[in-house]
Design a protein around this ligand. Structure first.
Ligand SMILES: NC(=O)c1ccc[n+]([C@@H]2O[C@H](COP(=O)([O-])OP(=O)(O)OC[C@H]3O[C@@H](n4cnc5c(N)ncnc54)[C@H](O)[C@@H]3O)[C@@H](O)[C@H]2O)c1
Length: 389
């Protein structure tokens, strides 16, 4: 199986002290497991060739597997990509470019009949999401979003608790999710003013709440604060606070509210890149998940106090004498690759994937909420009814 990766940024190759580069490490792990034969990474900037080369060498050494990774520069973006795709065939694609470019590249890949996984958010607007759903489902070309929190065991446990009614009916869900200020000011400096913290980060939990409850979002009010980043010349919200009302699709009277507080102005000296907690309050109990503090603290002279989450995307000693990439970040990418292989072998139906994965259809609910939250932000936090136009 040959895979195309569009984008060679932080989430693909890892850099600036932000971790492993979950996408490339996952793909090389899958190549080691004989699920992939070749990876072609494309990026607008030719200087990315060096990043890809370094990351490939580093990951290959850790995993003890020499991967077949090739870099191709596409300075003319979509037209160069079209030339590449015309000359070679790809079984699957992963798109990891800044949020506002998702639509153009996903539209390109699906139109070229290549099953595609895109990093979140699916698209910034619901209009774009709807058009991708139509394109993918009418051509039966599988498309999904890399919402890896759907594979985190603590979230799957929460799903079971809710399903079994162990805390009764939901009254509210509270999420606190934030990242260090170096994300908007250094790592995504080039495009942080073209997204916002709810659309870039909070979207993970909007999707998660939908995945956990299957409730329908019916209205939203979003309030934003602008102090720190605007003073640094970046015109985007420091924090966004979204109130979302959700309704049981089988019982219109059964509703709950979710409150999502998201920011990206945490001190760089914090103990983890992401601070994240989710709390479920029901009529008969509560469930609280601290998704930053997983109970592992590393303290040393170089890094100070760090809280480690080894469950997302981590190299751990493997049973072959080399390291293995583990975690829900890996599982999400593995699931996509295995699903594409199963589709090729008629071992799974397209309809099954649309219903049970973060398919474009399922993932579009988070885009719907984020799109209407943007309307509320523009109207001074007014409540806005969520309707599928
Ligand atoms: N955990 C997660 O779910 C997670 C983490 C980080 C980033 N992301 C998402 O991944 C996406 C990209 O993030 P990143 O970390 O790789 O960002 P980045 O800024 O490090 O890299 C962006 C990449 O896009 C490429 N690019 C920029 N403009 C382009 C264009 N016009 N055409 C083609 N390529 C272009 C750049 O060359 C670069 O390779 C974003 O949507 C972000 O929200 C998800």
């Amino acid at each position: 199986m040959r895979i195309l990766v569009v984008g060679s940024g932080m989430y693909v190759t890892g850099r600036k002290g932000t971790g492993n580069g979950t996408i490339l490490a996952s793909l090389i792990q899958l190549a080691k497991q004989q699920k992939l034969s070749e990876m072609v990474i494309v990026s607008k900037s030719a200087t990315s060739a060096l990043h890809v080369e370094e990351a490939t060498a580093n990951i290959s050494a850790r995993l003890g597997y020499k991967a077949n990774v090739r870099f191709v520069a596409i300075p003319d973006e979509l037209s160069d990509l079209a030339l590449l795709v015309k000359g070679e065939s790809f079984d699957a694609a992963i798109v990891s470019v800044p949020d506002h470019l998702h639509y153009a590249y996903v539209n390109f890949c699906i139109s070229a009949k290549i099953p595609t996984l895109v990093v979140k958010p699916l698209t910034p607007t619901y209009e774009e999401a709807k058009s991708l759903i139509e394109l993918s489902e009418s051509a039966k070309v599988y498309g999904a979003v890399e919402f890896h929190k759907r594979w985190d065991e603590s979230n799957l446990y929460a799903k079971r608790v809710l399903k079994e009614g162990k805390i009764g009916a939901l009254n509210y869900i509270q999420v606190d999710y934030s990242q260090k200020i170096k994300i908007p000011t250094e790592i995504f400096k080039g495009w942080s003013d073209q997204t916002n913290i709810l659309q870039y980060l909070g979207i993970h939990y909007i999707d998660l709440i939908y995945f956990l409850t299957s409730f329908t979002p019916i209205r939203v009010s979003a309030y934003g604060t602008k102090k720190t980043l605007i003073a640094k010349g970046i015109d985007t919200y420091d924090s966004i606070h979204a109130f979302i009302e959700w309704q049981n699709p089988h019982d219109a009277k059964d509703k709950f509210i979710s409150i999502i507080n998201a920011n990206w102005i945490d001190a760089n000296s914090g103990a983890a890149m992401s601070d994240q907690k989710i709390k479920f309050i029901g009529t008969e109990g509560r469930l609280e998940c601290d998704q930053k503090d997983r109970g592992i603290e590393l303290v040393n002279e170089h890094g100070g106090v760090q809280l480690i989450n080894p469950y997302f995307s981590e190299y751990l000693p493997g049973d072959d004498g080399h390291e293995t990439l583990n975690g829900y970040g890996f599982k999400s990418i593995e699931r996509f690759v295995l699903d594409v292989i199963d589709l090729q072998n008629n071992a799974v139906s397209f309809e099954h994937l649309i219903a049970n994965r973060p398919s474009f259809r399922s993932a579009s609910i988070s885009t719907l909420v984020s799109d209407f939250a943007n309307q509320s932000l523009a109207q001074n936090a007014a409540w806005v009814d969520i309707t599928k136009k």
